[in-house]
Design a protein around this ligand. Structure first.
Ligand code: NAD
Ligand code: MG
Length: 389
């Protein structure tokens, strides 16, 4: 029996994870569930899965949750230390890291440092602190399995048991991107798009932040950085390919001319089930792919209309704290767009300004990375009035 902590249980990935877990009560047991502030939803999940612990961010929400769980043997905990504690608890085997944004870094790192099996959806942790994070995976013997559909596909297409590009005749990764909901819009039409339109992804149902990231192509930029760290790849070994149907989830090219791909319907329960059961395979509740329904096509990404991909690649090439600065500025810009303070087209402008304003330093310890994150948030907030349009 695998005992599982789901960080970010009320989110899109959290819900899909619990859906897969519920299909296999003989294999998986929920150890802890966490959420930021959605007390009612977390209470309903606790009633259903009866975890040993439930964690929320604020004390007042903890009190409300406690009241809702009077009839359940779930202990309610509050705050950042509790998140890290349930991720690193000796009675937990596996941690699904599905908090969105920089808030996911410390609890995910706590799971890694406790040597857990870590299912990584929170790509922002690798973007912010990739070098340190991967060193901790090696040092503490954690097993890191990618949940992002592209990275899970790459993992599946690499030679069995191999997690990097160094051996086995692997030459290149082709990272696919749907292109997002605005793929076909002209540059001037991007000016007036709304948060509702940005959050309506053509193929995937996801949280609001990652939906906007998909629309700007920053999601692919973050995934580019994530892939460099996960697979020990140089930036020039990763090529982004727009594939609007989201059926091929990514590909790996070999020196003999072979290209291997992983295909499936766009449903996160497939990579979640793959990582949960790895190296076995289990039912995920996902319909089988009917290829007669699709015509698959591919294009190069347009970095002139969607500069976020370039910004992310340049930040990775610069190294040090640049990706952490990029990530923090992006989080502020996306929140401001969702709050209708800036236009969609202003998002890359905010990020580029912050990246040029702030000095970057080696990302060799967590304090430096967290300080860069804070400085970038402050600089991005100051940029907002200058970058509205
Ligand atoms: P979401 O917004 O639907 O859910 C986020 C979860 O994180 C919620 O449970 C929320 O309570 C929790 N959370 C938010 N802020 C928090 C904070 N400050 N402290 C503690 N908890 C907090 O997001 P999502 O779409 O499920 O995405 C989660 C992560 O998975 C992101 O990093 C995203 O990039 C990645 N991911 C998502 C998908 C997808 O299909 N949704 C695919 C690949 C990767
Ligand atoms: Mg993805």
């Amino acid at each position: 029996m695998q005992r599982i902590t789901v960080l970010g249980a009320t989110g899109s990935i959290g819900q899909s994870t619990l859906d897969v877990i519920a299909r296999h009560p003989d294999r998986y047991q929920v150890f802890a569930l966490t959420a930021h502030s959605r007390v009612e939803e977390l209470a309903a999940l606790c009633q259903r899965f009866t975890p040993r612990y439930a964690v929320v961010s604020r004390a007042e929400d903890g009190v409300r949750l406690q009241v809702r769980l009077a009839n359940v043997h779930t202990e309610v905990l509050v705050g950042d230390a509790a998140l890290a504690a349930v991720a690193a608890h000796p009675d937990c085997d596996t941690v699904m890291a599905a908090i969105v944004g920089a808030a996911g870094l410390l609890p995910t790192l706590a799971a890694v440092r406790a040597g857990k099996k870590v299912l990584l959806a929170n790509k922002e942790s690798l973007v912010m602190a990739g070098g340190l994070f991967m060193a901790a995976v090696r040092e503490h013997g954690a097993k890191l399995l990618p949940i992002d559909s592209e990275h899970n596909a790459i993992f599946q297409c690499l030679p069995a048991g191999q997690s990097g590009l160094a051996h086995g005749g692997v030459e290149k990764i082709l990272l696919t991107a749907s292109g997002g909901p605005f793929r076909l819009l002209a540059e001037d039409q991007l000016q007036d798009v709304t948060p509702e339109q940005a959050c309506k992804h053509p193929n995937w149902s996801m949280g609001r932040k990652i939906s906007v990231d998909s629309a700007t192509l920053m999601n692919k930029g973050l995934e580019f950085i994530e892939a460099c760290w996960l697979f020990d790849a140089r930036p020039d070994q990763i090529e982004v390919l727009v594939h609007p149907q989201s059926i091929i989830h990514s590909l790996v090219q070999y020196v003999d001319g072979s290209t291997l791909a992983q295909l499936g319907n766009p449903d996160m329960r497939t990579p979640i089930a793959h990582a949960l059961a790895w190296p076995e395979r289990i039912q995920a509740g996902v319909a089988r792919l009917d290829l007669t329904r699709y015509v698959l096509d591919f294009q190069a990404p347009d970095e002139a209309r969607f500069p976020c991909l370039r910004l992310a690649r340049e930040a990775m090439e610069s190294g040090g704290t640049a990706p952490a600065i990029l990530n923090a500025a992006n989080e502020v810009a996306v929140a401001a767009f969702l709050d209708r303070q800036i236009s969609f087209r202003a998002i890359p402008g905010v990020i580029e300004r912050v990246l040029t304003q702030l000095p970057m330093s080696p990302a060799d310890n967590l304090d430096t990375i967290l300080a860069a994150d804070q400085a970038a948030r402050k600089a991005a907030l100051a940029c907002l009035p200058l970058c509205r349009a």
